[in-house]
Design a binder for this molecule. Structure first.
Ligand SMILES: C[S@@+](CC[C@H](N)C(=O)[O-])C[C@H]1O[C@@H](n2cnc3c(N)ncnc32)[C@H](O)[C@@H]1O
Length: 211
């Protein structure tokens, strides 16, 4: 009998292959995953893009929220994790690729007018220029009223790249909400909920009524 469930084994294997790419000691808890997935609209046929799905904790919460509606595209850089994810989530379009390459991936797979981009990327381990490229491409992909959300580990909030990332969100979005800490996660985390992109290069966005 295995000591760990298959998703834990797949996650641990990815950490051992490339700790800096994974940037976490464990998959997100169901509580954190549900908090992230809460931005998926309850009505209509939403287009949802997930960045860095890993072994699928957040994927499961998004699928639950979509309940068979819309489109769910997941971009994962680790081919082995992407293969694992496909075995567990047949309804999700899993793309093997780098989130830094989002404009090309979105063009190739015709991903437009996105309702929600939900990220599990390890921002505090990603260079600021790459952070900027990914968040700007994300902002450009959102439809009016669309939302970008991600999480940050509380213990790492004062790290330089984590601070740079938080500042970057304010540069790119008019509205950035930091939610309460999700303590039931290893380690505890907050989420950022970002709406109303400012005019980012290559995009025409107008502020909403409160902007
Ligand atoms: C912190 S883990 C989060 C996994 C999962 N979303 C969760 O919350 O349990 C980060 C994930 O992002 C993936 N990743 C890291 N850099 C990436 C990039 N540039 N593009 C796409 N995926 C990336 C890693 O392979 C890993 O699966």
């Amino acid at each position: 009998m295995p000591l760990l469930p298959p998703h834990r084994v797949a996650f641990l294997a990815a950490v051992l292959r490339s700790p800096v790419t994974v940037g976490a000691v464990a998959p997100s808890s169901p509580k954190l995953a549900a908090r992230l997935a809460a931005v998926v609209p309850r009505i209509g046929q939403p287009v949802v893009v997930e960045l860095g799905p890993g072994t699928g904790s957040v994927t499961t919460a998004i699928e639950h929220r979509l309940a068979g509606r819309g489109r769910h595209v997941a971009v994962e850089i680790d081919p082995a994790l992407a293969r694992y994810l496909r075995t567990q989530h047949a309804g999700v379009e899993v793309l093997v690729g780098d989130a830094a390459d989002l404009p090309r991936l979105f063009a190739e797979y015709q991903v437009t007018e996105v309702d929600a981009v939900i990220s599990g990327l390890p921002w505090s381990l990603i260079d600021i220029d790459v952070q900027r490229a990914i968040v700007a491409a994300t902002a450009r992909s959102l439809r009016p009223g669309g939302c970008f959300t991600t999480f940050a580990y509380v213990h790492a909030l004062s790290m330089t790249r984590a601070c740079q990332f938080r500042a970057l969100l304010g540069e790119i979005f008019f509205e950035v909400l930091t939610t309460r800490t999700v303590w039931w996660n290893l380690p505890p985390a907050v989420t950022y909920v970002c709406r109303r992109p400012r005019a980012v290069q290559g995009a025409q966005r107008r502020p909403g009524p409160a902007g």
